[in-house]
Design a binder for this molecule. Sequence first.
Ligand code: SF4
Ligand code: SF4
Length: 531
Amino acid sequence: MNAALRKLFSFNGGVKPQTHKAESTRTPIVPLPLPPVFVVPLHQSVGGTPIPLVKPGQKVLKGERIGAADGNYSAAIHAPTSGTVVAVEPRTMAHTSGLSMLSVVIEPDGDDQWLATEKFPFQSAAPDEVRDYLRDAGIVGLGGAVFPSHMKLKPGKATPMKTLVINGAECEPFITCDDMLMRERPAEILRGICIMRELLQAEEAVVGIEDNKPEAIASMQTAAATMPYVQVVAVPTRYPAGGAKQLIRVLTGIEVPHGQRSTDYGVQCFNVGTAYAIHEAIELGRPLISRIVTVAGHVDTPRNYEVRFGTPMDFLVQQAGLKTGCDGFVMGGPMMGFRMPAFDVPVVKATNCVIAATPALFPPPPPEMPCIRCGECARACPTDLQPFEMYWHSRAKNFGKAQEYSLFDCIECGCCAYVCPSNIPLVDYYRFAKTEIWARERQMEAADSARQRFEARNERIEREKREKAEKLAARAAATRATAQADAGSAPSADGADDAKKALIAAAIERAKAQKPATAEAPAVADASTQD
Ligand code: SF4
Ligand code: SF4
């Protein structure tokens, strides 16, 4: 479709850092060889942690499900190759926290044998069946957010879906995995886009690609030439044009307000890698077991690899020729990426890039100085926030106030810190504040849940007491009723009592009469048997 007709808009703020993209786009994507071991974390997406389906000693095939989605807000996990499960245990996560996560450790058998796969009958299946299938195929957003895709592939309820935005902007320095995917596999991406458009019932699909990727734009435009509902559009290169709200603004002119979703405005956004993964799942029956990863930084040959999830990062980076002097790996780009806690953490669904870092490439930050309230951070912020206000309140641990300044609308793009003349690591403060708020929310939830459990326990004890008392009363009533029945013709309770009293009095009199010769107790017993 002719892209020249589309009017483009711009977003506020943003920066233009050095891109460092040319180095890793000189050679085509290559598949990474099998590593000696895979460590596949079960939790690789937003939502519930998948439930392990395998045990140590079990043989698995490539593509076999090893973790089942925990409810609908989750996505399954699959074996990256055929081999033997040697452990299901906590291993260090690919996260700056260094925390551990339950992982399936698989020793490859070298055969790399697929589980039998077949095309999913997309055209005849109900939309919910397609979404369930995508959940069980482990499809999540590959732009970095790793949100389960099936949850987003629903037509609008209140607002009909108008535009499916496909994010090929890839604005972060060093990262070129989407660029190379669009250059080499445009037809497959477009087939995925068609599936998504149908599920969303969107009128159109628009692919936005930064104009510093002319090869990718040409490749995608050629492949989309016969597709009337798909536009491939070059957007100006300015970080963070690849932020979902920023790209939506550029391509549609819609400004999604703070606290609202693009779907409220008839727009949904996915990454090009996700479109490719959906094509693989639906048309080839292949679950998500790998992705394209850029290896850059202190290596001989920066390039892109097709990497299976669970591959240790050091194995991956060594394939590109890791040079001496590397002091750590950064997952993602220099603006939004995280330094990894160890060299051998596994590649996961969120891993779009691994940068071999050196002190020269990532020098220690200059000393932090006081904020001079220059307002540069606010001018650079692409989400129109007040970064210095959020900084003040986060630093003072006044988290409620930080939230009032829309802390959770901050996309952690780093533009504010990039321009700050006082070298304040602003994003670190925002991440700290968010983590504290989440921790407090978790504590409050835990306290609420403990209180509810305590109240439920007290209620249960009271109920049991009540039930016991009722049972005793019922038993006593039954005994009385039996006694009455045994008493025979007594017309009333009062009459029965009188008769009993008379019998007892007579017995006592008899006992008195016999007192010198017999004991009292047998006399009463006699009284009871003489009737
Ligand atoms: S750019 Fe830095 S110094 Fe200037 S107002 Fe923002 S935080 Fe303060
Ligand atoms: S990191 Fe947050 S506050 Fe800073 S520029 Fe980006 S969106 Fe704005």
